[in-house]
Design a protein around this ligand. Structure first.
Ligand SMILES: *[C@@H]1O[C@H](CO)[C@@H](O)[C@H](O)[C@H]1NC(C)=O
Ligand SMILES: *[C@@H]1O[C@H](CO)[C@@H](O)[C@H](O)[C@H]1NC(C)=O
Ligand SMILES: *[C@@H]1O[C@H](CO)[C@@H](O)[C@H](O)[C@H]1NC(C)=O
Ligand SMILES: *[C@@H]1O[C@H](CO)[C@@H](O)[C@H](O)[C@H]1NC(C)=O
Length: 466
């Protein structure tokens, strides 16, 4: 269950009817009920909002007191963090980050690592909480050796929402071997460079929705192993783009849906990347994609030259449906909208490309490439994969219906890598015409302490249910 507030009960139905998830996601109890059990305000543990004093130890002590039923509360204010946290164990807890944490330490690793926990929520009640990684201090010297911002490992029944993750020295958010998670209402804004992934997920039963990513590497990406992942209403606002991979030996990915993905000025709209390797990817749907100004669009590449060859005949891709893509690609003659290149010894099967209408933004032709990929649509050939082929098909006329809307505020100049990146406001729209599933936590209300929220929630329960 996502939470017990009335608002969330009303919005619970979409995830119950969604096939690609295997069950409910999110914390089992609300942050207000946790707060009424116990609140550990970090300022009572030595935290000072002076942007100088290390907040690490204060959060660690507050976690010790509140991780088994309670809320670690970081009030509004600017804090510095120079020691990293491994917050382990616990149950029925939350971290309410209403302040902004600025990285001041320079160790590698993860600024926040949450592990072996359950019924957990990491959120901002004002939608203004942020971690500012100041990664440009590393990147301006060409270094990617700094920390990642946030990593979840072996966490069950959890959510992360209403926070901004900014300018990570390395990756922004990794979700590793977790189950039943919900990530939403987030803005990730990183430097214009590879190696600065937005959100990477390798887990089971995870719903990622209403998220904006700016960077030049992974937007929202699924890695192996993964199962039952639903990624919806995603705005790659100048990014590397969404992807699956890199895939290597013993790949095990199934039941993945991406829906409503808007991609602007990225390397690709969706890429599945491997080079050799083994194992399978199956039952994938990529639907309702809009792209503008991207290098690649659909890019399934089983011989991806940017990764070293992995032992094995190739990763087997089966039952992949690409549906309802519109918009344009940057240069269709150089990089057409469809590239499906599968390994000779691991041909792709049951691939479907339908309602696909994209056209080049420069020049007057586009070239689609298919290799050892079987199914229907575009340049795919019918068959079961027992033969090999390679074909390139050039279009010289725009398909009907390719024209697609743009988001009003696409980023027009990259943030670069050598100057501080401003903390964004979390947007309230992530895909044209799609209403986010949840209002921002901070919509229309002033900051509230966990205790006040708990009191208000219990007053509301009494008023409504008696
Ligand atoms: C793939 O992962 C599923 C769990 O998601 C597991 O049950 C299955 O055994 C795995 N398959 C292989 C070949 O590892
Ligand atoms: C193909 O994948 C879709 C989406 O996961 C699923 O609904 C469908 O049952 C799969 N088809 C087969 C033949 O497994
Ligand atoms: C196709 O995507 C567009 C937006 O990109 C959406 O408005 C439309 O409803 C989708 N069509 C179907 C059949 O889902
Ligand atoms: C896209 O990114 C730019 C720069 O961060 C920002 O100004 C703009 O508001 C973003 N668009 C939306 C709709 O959030």
């Amino acid at each position: 269950m996502r939470s017990f507030s009335l608002f969330s009960l009303l919005s619970l139905s979409p995830l119950l009817v969604n096939g690609q998830l295997s069950g409910t996601v999110g914390p089992l109890s609300s942050s207000s009920s946790k707060a009424s059990t116990k609140t550990c305000d970090v300022t009572d543990y030595g935290a000072v909002a002076d942007k100088k004093t290390d907040i690490g130890d204060a959060i660690s002590q507050a976690w010790d007191d509140c991780s088994n039923g309670g809320v670690v509360y970081i009030p509004p204010g600017d804090y510095a963090m120079s020691t990293w946290l491994k917050l382990s164990g616990g149950k029925a807890s939350a971290i309410q980050l209403d302040g902004i944490i600025y990285r001041t330490g320079s160790d590698g690793g993860n600024m926040f690592m949450i592990e072996h926990s359950s019924d957990f929520e990491f959120f901002s009640s004002t939608s203004k909480g942020a971690i500012q990684g100041l990664g440009y201090e590393f990147h301006k010297d060409g270094s990617l050796s700094g920390p990642r911002l946030l990593r979840f490992y072996d966490v069950q029944d959890f959510s992360v929402h209403d926070i901004a993750l900014v300018d990570s020295p390395a990756f922004h958010l990794s979700v590793d071997t977790c189950t039943n998670g919900e990530l939403y209402n987030m803005a990730v804004r990183g430097g214009d460079s590879g190696g600065l992934d937005g959100i990477d997920v390798w887990s089971e039963n995870i719903w990622v929705h209403d998220v904006e990513v700016t960077n030049k590497d992974e937007c929202v990406t699924v890695k192996s192993p993964a199962k039952n992942i639903l990624v919806e209403n995603i705005y790659c606002n100048w990014s590397g783009g969404c992807a699956m991979g890199s895939l290597g030996a013993d790949t095990n990915i199934s039941d993945i849906t991406y829906r409503n993905v808007y991609t602007w000025k990225s390397n690709q709209m969706y890429m599945i990347k491997s080079n050799g390797g083994s194992g399978t990817v199956e039952n994938v749907v990529l639907e309702n994609f809009i792209g503008h100004g991207n290098s690649y669009s659909l890019d399934i590449d089983g011989a991806w030259s940017s990764m070293d060859t992995v032992d094995g005949d190739g990763v087997q891709l089966t039952n992949i449906t690409v549906r309802n893509w519109t918009g344009g690609e940057e240069n269709g003659a150089e990089r057409g909208p469809v590239k499906v290149v599968c390994a000779e010894k691991a041909p792709c099967t049951e691939i479907t490309i339908e309602d696909f209408a994209m056209w080049t933004e420069s020049g007057d032709s586009q070239s689609n490439t298919c290799e050892n990929a079987f199914g229907s649509g575009s340049c795919l050939q019918e068959g079961d994969g027992s033969s090999t082929y390679s074909t390139a098909v050039t279009d010289t006329a725009a398909p009907s219906g390719y024209s697609a809307t743009t988001m009003a505020e696409d980023l027009t100049t990259a943030f670069g890598t050598d100057a501080s990146i401003p903390i964004p406001t979390i947007p309230t729209t992530f895909y044209p015409g799609a209403t986010p599933y949840s209002a921002l936590a901070g919509a229309g209300s002033a900051a509230a302490t966990p205790a006040a929220t708990a009191a208000a929630a219990s007053r509301m329960r009494r008023r409504t249910w008696h």
